[in-house]
Design a binder for this molecule. Structure first.
Ligand SMILES: *Cc1c(COP(=O)(O)O)cnc(C)c1O
Length: 394
């Protein structure tokens, strides 16, 4: 007899896996022999640069790297992260107390909730957003209070619209700029407001800067930690995943407030034993190097972005070119929901886009396109939509 295992409440409370339906539709299409163009995947198609792979090979052969690593990262790795922050953002970090390595930033984003949220606590989570902010806090038993990101506010939250009783209860806020899924960027003025808001209500700021290096037309995204007082109120998550096409390598970091960095490290010492040292050395090779690779990669994304925006605008959209991230957040034409538009372009054009509702209820009326396929395929996707969807109205 097979036993029945009752899932823990925290797991039952996790939101349903929203992409399951898309995957089922996709399988049906593939089986029917349709050549699918997927603009749905937030994972770089370009490879990790050779000089980083070579460093992994070299370090993987050294026996000294085969043992358990430190759960907070090698000091050399943490120093490399601190030096990169100094060079890139002018931010001073003490490698010993203000940098902790992560097994990809997702790991730290999910675990920070375990450090500071008790069951029933309130946490401020943007909507739409990367699902790990709410997922991690739900696993910790906390209750996300969703703050809407709206087009009329350039997809920045209106902090002064958060009811005072909610702000008083809230222990933490998650934010992410440059933003997945909207492609929005944050201004210095916004970050200043954020620091003041955090101080007023005693809220820990968890800022996710995963896309800070993917930017176009000469734009340079800020780090939240560049703002005076930021280190008093929070930390920033980052990784080499998007910067060097290393999503599969699982190596990132959290930096900033030393108490928070220390607490996250303490939690992690009970959960994992850090990342393989050879992988840390490889990430250091990227961080310590020049920015030639990143510049070239951004040029590739920029060309793809331009092909996509021109293609959509040619069909009747009226989109501006996003300054950062490899995403474009696009309103659906009139007569469609996020889901019905996704199904229509898949059915009629064999093109996959992600429905905005995958990132929260505020995503209704939008879809996300990822620039993670070649510009030729993007061009073809645009042509197929134009030829097969029929005229679009707004
Ligand atoms: C891709 C991504 C990350 C990076 O995740 P890693 O675990 O570092 O690979 C973090 N935040 C957002 C919003 C992302 O899209």
């Amino acid at each position: 007899m097979t036993l029945q295992f009752e899932e823990a409440t925290r797991v039952k409370n996790l939101p349903a896996y929203l992409f399951a339906r898309i995957e089922k539709l996709l399988d049906e299409k593939r089986e029917a022999g349709v050549d699918i163009i997927s603009l749905g995947i937030g994972d770089p198609d370009l490879p990790t640069p050779d000089y980083i792979i070579d460093e992994l090979k070299k370090e993987a052969e050294k026996g000294g790297n085969h043992r358990y690593p430190s759960s907070v990262g090698m000091i050399e790795y943490r120093k490399s992260v601190a030096d990169w922050y100094k060079r890139r953002f002018g931010v001073d970090l003490d490698p010993q107390s203000e940098v902790v390595s992560l097994v990809g930033s997702k790991e730290g984003i999910a675990h920070i909730s375990w450090c500071y949220l008790n069951p029933g606590d309130t946490v401020l989570v943007p909507d739409p957003a990367y699902p790990v902010y709410s997922g991690g806090s739900i696993l910790a038993g906390a209750e996300p209070y969703y703050i809407p990101l709206k087009a009329e506010n350039d997809f920045l939250p209106e902090l002064n619209a958060i009811p005072a009783d909610v702000a008083k209860k809230a222990k933490m806020i998650f934010l992410n700029y440059p933003n997945n899924p909207t492609g929005a960027v944050a201004t210095e003025e916004f970050y200043k407001e954020l620091v003041a808001f955090a101080k007023e209500y005693n809220i820990l700021v968890c800022h996710d800067a995963a896309y800070s290096e993917i930017a176009f037309d000469g734009y340079k995204p800020l780090s939240f930690l560049e703002i005076p007082g930021a280190k008093d109120v929070g930390i920033e998550f980052h990784s080499v995943s998007k910067t060097f096409n290393m999503t599969g390598w699982r190596i990132g970091w959290a930096v900033g407030n030393p108490d928070v960095v220390g607490t996250l490290g303490r939690l992690k010492s009970n959960l994992d034993s850090g990342q393989f040292e050879a992988v840390q050395f490889a990430a250091m090779k990227g961080l310590d190097g020049t920015d030639d690779f990143v510049k070239e990669m951004c040029n590739v994304y920029q060309e793809r972005r331009d092909v996509l925006i021109e293609g959509l605008n040619d069909m009747g959209w009226n989109l501006e070119k996003p300054k950062s991230t490899f995403y474009v957040w696009v309103p659906v034409p009139s007569g469609y929901t996020s889901e019905s538009f996704m199904e229509a372009v898949l059915d009629k054009a064999g093109v996959v886009v992600t429905p905005g509702t995958g990132y929260g209820v505020q995503g209704q009326g939008y879809f996300r396109v990822a620039l993670t396929v070649s510009k030729e395929r993007i061009q073809e996707a645009m042509q197929r939509i134009k030829d097969n969807l029929g005229a679009v109205k707004f």
